[in-house]
Design a protein around this ligand. Structure first.
Ligand SMILES: Cc1cc2nc3c(=O)[nH]c(=O)nc-3n(C[C@H](O)[C@H](O)[C@H](O)COP(=O)(O)O)c2cc1C
Length: 364
């Protein structure tokens, strides 16, 4: 019923509002417990183990939706297998001037230049602690299950980027099922330069050194706008530095000629359908370059079970999405899971893990 209400009334209503206002209202509604809940249990075929953690399905909410860790429990209740919060910066900061999120409905896309608006580390840590204790907003009392990734950013005015990531990692590691060093948002000056070989070695070395023991797996989130050499360097550095996985990809600064939306000229990162092909190509390249040795999370333009399946076959052990949720509403999560299970079964896979990277094996 809640899902019906959302699809017919709330979703279309929200899409009449400015995107950031709509997002703020959505977060309030979710925190107030007004969200629909997935009712069907996950198909056992979708269960998977990555980094020693059991995921009941591989479909996650990607970073940027729940930047301040406010709605983890309700988003897990929608049916996501895991939720990644953030990006969280050490100190609170407001981000770029508004407007800074633009819908391109004809392209099923969004452009954002939020610039890491964040309530900061301490506020997020309090909410994450409440979640771990089973007492956060919207949480069924005692519910402490559901995997939470924590995505780290840096403050815009910070001179020492590595120090920001190291502080975030040290403080939030005990609360995370995995941590993400996000060096790929296009809206913080100089950030993506941290993906270069020397910078990345230094950064990952310092973050790793700051981690407590035991530490959760450390992941790197990369941009889609990389040269072949960049990708080779990233793969080599991640393998050498003991990075546990790579998230491919963040939004793109490219503007494909196909874009029709009037907002296409806005600065920022483009997400959604036009990102699907380039981000899947980067994912596939990283799988090849790391020889399948690192679990990858595929993200960028997923809007159906078939899209999720393509990312998995290209090398993703897990997938994430954000933009399609804006256009299709929460029922999308259940639709994707059903379709993905059917596609796996139709192709004769006995587990999700068996399909990971299948395109590489069968096409040489
Ligand atoms: C409004 C908005 C805000 C985002 N904020 C973040 C962020 O803070 N950190 C991050 O790593 N990615 C952020 N992203 C990128 C998404 O996590 C994701 O990588 C990208 O949107 C591609 O997936 P999609 O096409 O399914 O949206 C943001 C995306 C959008 C649309």
């Amino acid at each position: 019923m809640a899902s019906f209400l959302f699809d017919r009334l709330i979703g279309p209503g929200l899409r009449l509002l400015d995107p950031e206002t709509a997002h703020g209202l959505t977060l309030k509604a979710l925190a107030a417990g007004l969200a629909p809940r997935a009712t069907e249990p996950d198909d056992p075929l979708l269960a998977t183990r990555v980094w020693g953690r059991a995921f009941s399905n591989p479909v996650g909410l990607s970073a940027g939706f729940d930047k301040d860790a406010e709605v983890m429990a309700p988003m897990l209740a929608l049916g996501f297998g895991f939720v990644e919060v953030g990006s969280i910066t050490p100190r609170p900061q407001g981000g770029n001037p508004k407007p800074r999120i633009f819908r391109l409905p004809d392209d099923a896309a969004v452009i954002n230049r939020l610039g890491f608006n964040s309530g900061g580390l301490e506020a997020a840590a309090e909410r994450l602690k409440a979640y771990r204790a089973g007492s956060s907003k919207g949480q069924v009392q005692g519910q402490t299950q559901g995997l939470i990734g924590i995505n780290l950013g840096k403050n815009r005015d910070s001179a020492d980027a590595a120090d920001d990531y190291a502080r975030g990692a040290a403080a939030l590691a005990p609360l995370a099922d995995y941590l993400v060093v996000n060096v790929s948002s296009p809206n913080t000056p100089g950030l993506r330069a941290l993906q270069g070989r020397g910078e990345l070695e230094d950064l990952l070395g310092r973050v790793t050194a700051a981690l407590p023991s035991p530490a959760p797996p450390l992941l790197l989130k990369i941009a889609p706008d990389l040269t072949e050499e960049d990708k080779q360097d990233i793969a080599a550095v991640c393998l050498a530095a003991g990075v546990a996985g790579i998230i491919a990809t963040n939004t793109t600064i490219e503007r494909p000629d196909s874009l029709r939306g009037t907002a296409r000229g806005e600065g920022g990162g483009l997400s959604g359908k036009p990102l699907f092909v380039p981000s899947t190509a980067v994912l596939s390249d990283l799988y090849r370059l790391t020889e399948g040795r690192l679990p990858l999370i595929g993200v960028g333009g997923i809007a159906s079970g078939a899209d999720a399946y393509r990312k998995i076959r290209a090398g993703a052990s897990l997938v994430q999405l954000y933009t399609a949720l804006i256009y299709q509403g929460p029922a999308l999560v259940t639709r994707i899971k059903r379709e993905l299970a059917r596609l796996l079964r139709d192709d004769g896979f006995e587990s999700l893990a068996a399909a990971v990277g299948a395109d590489h094996r069968y096409s040489g």
